[in-house]
Design a protein around this ligand. Structure first.
Ligand code: AYL
Length: 543
């Protein structure tokens, strides 16, 4: 069934049931629950508040197609702001909470955001970022994600709730939002280079929500409860924590991050049944000495995604927690996001599931031909969830599709079995995944080159079994006048510590060089100057 040509907001809250195939639930059902305070937002409040905020933003002068940056940890105000922006048809560019000033400034400059909604805890970083903007954002366009009574003393900014229109416009006012307009702009490096704005349309998401209905773990309104710890600023949290639960009438317990005590306590308190996570969380629970202190009896499924998870890890988890099934899904920011998924009833350990409805897939070998069944090939896909393209970057957009423009090339090497279960076996792209977060080697390399003592640099990911994740590792060539030679290992320690700290103070937590730094003579490169990361990977294995 093709997805309807409506906006996300209309799909979720249709004016008349015939507008949308989404089942409508009792408006008094809980939609989002604050995992710390228990404060609960019903579906009706969510919709009303979204329309109020949309009206308020219109009054402030914002129009469809404007760009707003949402910057904060998961919270009820973040959720309300997102739905208000959706109702108003304002493009949302969500930013990672941990960003340092230059990182957020880059996203604001690149996206052209003229409205920023931020968590008060980011204010210190925001003031520093502000000095780096190409185009200033006036104070009236900076809204804090907190109740007016909870704003920091002396702040020049208003609360997002100050802009709840007095009398919300009727939904029809906002129905001009077109299905093929961009709804979200997350940042992803894709297969190569620096992070780029991914233009995810309203229709991409509507098609995804519809596609997931058929294959994902089926959840039941009134029975199931979803854990909302994955950052909603990342496409995984956006699709699975922020949006999908509304389509199935299931509440989300919102928490800012994975922290064992607060999360496991909330699981017991709110009888959470389904937990979307990343593989390192699965591992930490397998190894945790504390789990007996919590009531985890309500849990039925753990969904792992965004990074590889071995069959051994999922089996170790199911051995320790026999009443919980671990299922896996696979996706990409560029594909809105889930391409393959499984349910507890239809699963295969180590695999990331079967194709989501709407996608057509091929596995293509290095010769450009489809591989035989069971052979590894790069996953190419097409369908209504594939992004419009990279924002203001037609060159990168063109390169990420096949020459005929018809197939999106994922850069992931997969095998598929006769039952249609896909398994990721390798990655042909540059990307590093630290606990599900993207780390673009090109970004760290460009940063390292700014250090006066660094002459050249190459960054790769190294697998760390004890944490079930890759770690970013740098190879650097010291500048001739740095007083450091690759031959004199005794000089390396303080040089490495200096570089490590220098990088750490400039990047978000997940980009830190946790895989270490090695001083080498020369970065291996192809005749055209491309870093031969394969050679660095071979080197890392022998170190
Ligand atoms: P991005 N196994 C192995 N690698 C994976 C998996 C997986 N299950 N899922 C994602 N990746 C890698 O844009 C892969 O290299 O989106 C892919 O190209 O940050 C890259 O991560 C994309 O990174 C889910 C499950 C969303 C997954 C996602 C995708 C989020 C990651 C919802 O339920």
């Amino acid at each position: 069934l093709p997805a309807p040509e409506v906006s996300i907001f209309q799909f979720l809250f249709p004016d008349t049931p015939s507008d949308s195939p989404v089942r409508q639930f009792d408006p008094e059902l809980p939609a989002y629950i604050d995992g710390f305070t228990g404060y609960t937002l019903s579906r009706r409040q969510l919709k009303d508040n979204a329309l109020r905020l949309a009206t308020g933003l219109r009054t402030l002068g914002f129009r469809r197609g404007d760009v707003a940056c949402l910057w904060g940890m998961n919270s009820i105000p973040w959720v309300e702001a997102a739905y208000g922006l959706l109702a108003a048809g304002i493009r949302i560019t969500p930013a990672n909470y941990a960003y340092e000033p230059s990182e957020i400034a880059h996203q604001l400059n690149n996206s052209g955001a003229n409205l920023i909604l931020l968590d008060p805890s980011t204010l210190e970083r925001w003031e520093k970022a502000r000095a780096q903007l190409d185009r200033p954002i006036p104070d009236e366009h900076v809204l804090l994600l907190a109740q007016p009574g909870a704003l920091p003393a002396g702040t020049p900014y208003k609360s997002v709730y100050d802009h709840f229109g007095v009398s919300p416009s009727a939904p029809e006012t906002f129905n001009g939002v077109q299905a093929h307009e961009t709804a979200w702009q997350c940042y992803s490096s894709g297969t190569t280079g620096l992070p780029k704005g991914v233009e995810t349309t309203q229709h991409n998401i509507v098609a995804q929500l519809q596609g997931l209905a058929e294959i994902y773990e089926p959840l039941e309104s009134g029975k199931d409860v979803i854990l909302g710890i994955l950052p909603m600023s990342h496409i995984y949290g956006l699709a699975i924590v922020l949006l999908r639960p509304l389509t199935i009438g299931v509440p989300v317990v919102v928490l800012p991050k994975y922290e064992e005590h607060s999360v496991l306590s909330a699981v017991g308190k709110y009888r959470v049944t389904h937990a979307p996570v990343v593989p390192p969380i699965v591992l930490s629970l397998v190894n945790s000495p504390n789990v007996h202190k919590y009531d985890l009896s309500s849990l039925k499924t753990f969904l792992a995604g965004a990074a590889p998870m071995s069959a051994e890890l999922s089996q170790a988890f199911e051995k320790r927690f026999p009443h919980i099934a671990v299922i896996q899904a696979y996706g990409m920011t560029e594909t809105s996001p889930v391409q393959t998924a499984m349910s507890a009833a239809r699963s295969k350990p180590g695999s990331c599931g079967q194709l989501v409805a709407g996608f057509t897939a091929r596995l293509v070998g290095e010769d450009g031909k489809d591989v035989d069944l069971g052979e590894p090939g790069e996953l190419w896909v097409q369908g209504p969830c594939v992004m419009k393209g990279y924002w203001k970057n037609p060159e990168a957009t063109r390169k990420t599709f096949s020459d005929d423009g018809k197939w999106f090339k994922t850069g992931d090497i997969m095998v598929v079995d006769a039952d249609g279960f896909y398994t990721v076996v390798d990655r042909s792209k540059e990307l590093i995944k630290y606990k599900g977060f993207q780390v673009a080697p090109a970004e760290l390399e460009a940063l390292l080159l700014q250090h006066p003592k660094v002459h050249d640099a190459g960054v790769i990911g190294v697998w760390e079994e004890s944490q079930a994740t890759e770690l970013p590792r740098a190879y650097v060539v010291a500048a001739p006048d740095s007083g450091v030679s690759h031959e004199h290992a005794h000089q390396h320690h303080s040089f490495i510590e200096e570089i490590k700290a220098w990088v750490a103070s400039r990047v978000a937590n997940h980009k830190k060089l946790r895989g270490g730094i090695a001083v080498i003579e020369v970065i291996p490169k192809s005749p055209s100057g491309k870093i031969l990361r394969k050679d660095l990977r071979v080197r890392a294995k022998t170190e």
